[in-house]
Design a binder for this molecule. Structure first.
Ligand code: SF4
Ligand code: SF4
Ligand code: SF4
Length: 467
């Protein structure tokens, strides 16, 4: 499997959560959950901590323990563990740091060369080709070794707008297909764009990409205010035109909306607007803005945790009614993992200048965080990438096992310590102290558990409706 977690250790982990209906026992590793009474919750926690307490329990308490044990609540479950070997079959290419927008909260100061105003550059095509050769070659090797690898993946976005380097985008896709034929393994192309695209670029997207994401702030006024054109003026008309064009071409896409404090109450309206105007949008990914990059120089502020949570809940109700999927990165109860993203496995992202970073948000050598996240670069003389194995070993520590703060959190194997770039800025893993996102992550993950507990099969819903 591509970058699939392996399972080497086991543990019993049990949490007692609460909502207005009472306690919920939750075993995250096996994703088991049950509504119980207070006494059963106490018995279960005591037994999970020390099986010897069984001898002191009453017959009723033992019956509770037996019942829960029969459902696997006390079973040792495998602990997820990222694949230690750095052998990527996926690369993310940042073709350029140029940008035709000047978003007020851009984490990368797109179009301005980062916080330090580094030169605006375009990736050397030789760098892109070498990166593709590397992941295609790894995919071939892994298949030959009997691994279940079905494709190699080339994702294109950036610390700028990738389509500002359209010629290079074409070359990346051409070469990716050539490499695919050479190694006999399919290539998957993904891209994320600000949507200010020409007709030619839209046709290219429709023809070549397996997945497309638009960064769109959801309502025309927000889009125009937060994501202005580099030369001034709003960008809504341009992105609206692009999304409609892909829709007419029958190409589905996703939308990523960055939520500021000013926008938070309007999240349900955003869902309704998108559902009304862009039925080809398969999902909306809401992410509260993080105060970094250009956001530190603008009036944009992060929404409060409670406000975001409440508005997300209201948005979910609208989305469900419209058949649309809603996503927030910190709430993912379906996923059992030990790291929030691929950063600990050396996510292979190549910046326009040929540096290799594990983190999308750290793309300039002048960024102090590059000391942690940069772990290689393209060697022009050797014509290949060279990697710093010591840095990779340090990156491998960026997982929830090394965050004491997360030890007693029921989200620890889902949120897995959240985004390392955000919560570990300038500190060691053991100094992780959470963030305001924790409140959101826990509340929305608990909602997902409650949804599963309260879910009725359609036939039961039908019977209930008939009564
Ligand atoms: S489009 Fe993307 S890279 Fe460009 S300014 Fe906006 S957020 Fe930054
Ligand atoms: S550390 Fe955070 S910003 Fe960096 S790639 Fe992972 S999720 Fe993205
Ligand atoms: S404590 Fe916060 S960062 Fe850690 S797992 Fe829980 S929600 Fe995530």
């Amino acid at each position: 499997m591509e970058n699939a977690p392996t399972f080497r250790e086991t543990a019993v982990e049990l949490f007692a959560l609460r909502d207005e209906a009472g306690p919920i026992l939750y075993a995250p590793l096996g994703q088991l959950m049950a509504r119980v009474n207070e006494s059963a919750a106490s018995c279960a926690l005591a037994y999970a901590a020390d099986h010897a307490v069984l001898a002191k329990m009453s017959a009723d308490e033992r019956a509770v323990v037996d019942e829960l044990a029969a459902h696997g609540f006390f079973d040792e479950q495998p602990l997820p563990q990222g694949d230690g070997a750095f052998q990527p079959t996926q690369v993310t290419l940042f073709p350029t740091n140029r940008c035709n927008l000047r978003c007020s909260y851009c984490y990368a100061f797109g179009g301005e060369g980062g916080a330090s105003g580094e030169p605006l550059v375009e990736m050397d095509p030789a760098v892109a080709r070498a990166a593709i050769d590397l992941v295609a070659g790894n995919a071939r090797t892994l298949v030959d070794e009997g691994n279940d690898v079905r494709s190699f993946i080339v994702s294109i976005h950036g610390n700028g707008e990738p389509f500002c380097a359209f010629g290079l985008m074409r070359e990346i896709v051409r070469y990716g297909r050539e490499a695919s034929e050479r190694v006999g393994i399919p290539v998957v192309f993904n891209t994320a764009t600000n949507g200010v695209l020409t007709d030619e670029q839209l046709a290219f997207v429709a023809e070549n990409f397996d997945s497309v994401n638009f960064s769109f702030d959801g309502l025309p006024a927000f889009q125009d205010a937060n994501r202005p054109m580099a030369g001034g003026g709003g960008s809504f008309a341009a992105i609206d035109r692009s999304m409609r064009a892909l829709q007419e071409a029958g190409v589905p896409f996703g939308i990523r909306t960055t939520v500021t404090a000013d926008m938070v109450k309007r999240m349900p309206d955003i869902v309704a607007f998108v559902a009304d105007h862009y039925p080809a949008a398969e999902q909306i990914h809401f992410e509260p803005v993080w105060e970094c990059g250009r956001c530190t120089t603008s009036a944009d502020a992060m929404p409060g945790a409670a406000a975001f949570t409440e508005s997300y809940r209201a948005s979910l109700a609208v989305a469900r009614g419209r058949g649309m999927k809603l996503v927030y990165s910190g709430a993912r109860q379906d996923l059992v993992c030990d790291a929030f993203c691929k950063v600990g496995n050396g996510g292979f992202t190549v910046t326009p200048s040929g540096d290799v970073t594990a983190c999308y948000e750290v793309s300039y050598s002048s960024d102090p965080r590059s000391r942690r996240f940069f772990f290689g670069r393209y060697d022009v003389l050797a014509g290949r990438f060279v990697f710093d194995r010591k840095k990779l070993a340090e990156l491998a520590l960026l997982n929830v096992r090394n965050y004491p703060y997360c030890r007693d959190c029921f989200c620890k194997w889902h949120c897995a310590g959240d985004c390392a770039a955000k919560v570990l800025d300038g500190i060691a893993p053991h100094e992780h102290a959470g963030s305001s996102r924790c409140e959101v992550n826990r509340a929305l993950t608990l909602d997902q558990i409650r949804d599963k507990l309260d879910w009725n099969p359609p036939e039961e819903r039908g019977n209930a409706d008939d009564r």
